[in-house]
Write a protein that binds this ligand. Structure first.
Ligand SMILES: *Cc1c(COP(=O)(O)O)cnc(C)c1O
Length: 348
């Protein structure tokens, strides 16, 4: 247990003083009776989406809470994880004053959001084995360090961070530790969600964009203590998750076996693709992946990338990221897509 953790000291003073915006849908709480709603200036003629959506997304949270074993009050939903991450920045980091720590090579949004919010981004490069350099990270911390971002499994390297390393950071840092678990459903490692109660400074983000196959609806999820979620709730736009998104998310979440089947197929394909790529002469190294993509070190990544584009296949060239010289990132596709990739690579 992190005894020195003081949430009120971390929250921006202006946010601490704010009361949440109270929308029409927030003020009147339904008691089950059939009511006539003349409170929100909506068009009264029904078409399925003429009413404002539930600002607290109660139905979606109820399903997530029961599936994940947390309280609804420990969940915040957003317009993709990107909105969730932005809310975390804005609730805790004072522009031009505070700083965060990120561990490149990693997901690009942390840096974009730090820039947007005028927050210093203190980078501590991963070690050669793509694991966090815990001592260097803790050395970078000062009294204005509000958040450490850990992406595990990490994008673009694909590996999960060692549990002992993450635990040491959680225990020795009094700010927030955000663990981005966008790829957790593809990993053999367990989610940090199981240990949420142990760490008052732990914030976990997940998304329906990857394993759940719903990148198009934009639904990001944040799990944290009730106190942290209450802070984020104060500043979130009232209707940040639209009605269509809530409906589609509910449908998908109610069919976990479908999602699971697709994930299993992607995992089988991942192993197959890794094996096939590793046989190719231009591939120098395949990095082990806990995600739905494979990072490979290759000969002349830039040229290979262009040749693949020419052949109609788009992969990601990650060569300009630290530790990722001459690397390509391959998303695992359908069996047919992966075959096509291999065929095109051979042909180039
Ligand atoms: C893809 C990805 C996300 C997903 O972001 P959404 O806004 O939820 O689509 C989050 N974090 C990482 C590391 C990712 O790679």
């Amino acid at each position: 247990m992190n005894k020195n953790f003081d949430l009120n000291r971390l929250v921006r003073p202006n946010v601490l003083q704010m009361k949440p915006y109270s929308s029409a849908r927030d003020e009147y709480k339904t008691d089950g009776r059939k009511m006539t709603f003349l409170d929100a200036n909506e068009n009264p003629f029904e078409n399925g989406v003429n009413r404002y959506p539930d600002p607290q997304q109660g139905k979606v949270k109820q399903v997530l809470a029961s599936q994940k074993g947390v309280l609804e009050a420990q969940i915040l939903l957003g317009n993709g994880s990107d909105e969730v991450l932005d809310l975390i920045f804005r609730a805790f980091c004072r522009p031009q004053v505070d700083n965060v720590i990120t561990l490149p090579p990693t997901y690009g949004m942390y840096k974009v959001l730090a820039g947007l919010n005028e927050i210093e981004d203190r980078e501590v490069v991963l070690k050669q084995n793509f694991q966090p350099d815990v001592d260097s990270i803790l050395e970078k911390v000062d009294e204005r360090t509000k958040i450490i971002f850990l992406c595990s499994p990490n994008n673009p390297t694909g590996n999960s961070f060692l549990e002992a390393s993450v635990e040491k950071i959680l225990k020795n840092f009094n700010g927030l530790v955000v663990i981005d678990e966008a790829y957790i459903d593809f990993s053999a490692e367990r989610s940090w969600l199981e240990r949420l109660e142990e760490f008052p400074n732990l914030v976990i983000t997940q998304t329906l964009s990857k394993a759940y196959g719903m990148a198009g609806i934009r639904l990001g999820i944040c799990y944290a203590s009730e106190e942290i979620i209450a802070v984020l709730n104060k500043i979130k736009p009232p209707y940040n998750v639209n009605e269509l998104t809530q409906q589609r998310a509910l449908e998908r979440l109610s069919k976990p076996e479908e999602v699971n089947m697709e994930v299993q197929l992607i995992l089988t394909e991942r192993e197959q693709l890794a094996a096939n790529l590793s046989k190719m002469a231009f591939v120098k190294k395949i990095f082990p992946s806990d995600a739905n993509f494979i990072l490979a070190r290759v000969e002349n990544a830039g040229k290979k990338y262009e040749q693949l584009i020419e052949a109609g296949v788009v992969v990601r060239n990650r060569s300009n990221q630290q530790l990722c010289e001459n690397t390509l990132r391959f998303t695992v596709g359908t069996p047919a897509e992966n075959q096509e990739l291999l065929k095109k690579i051979k042909g180039t």
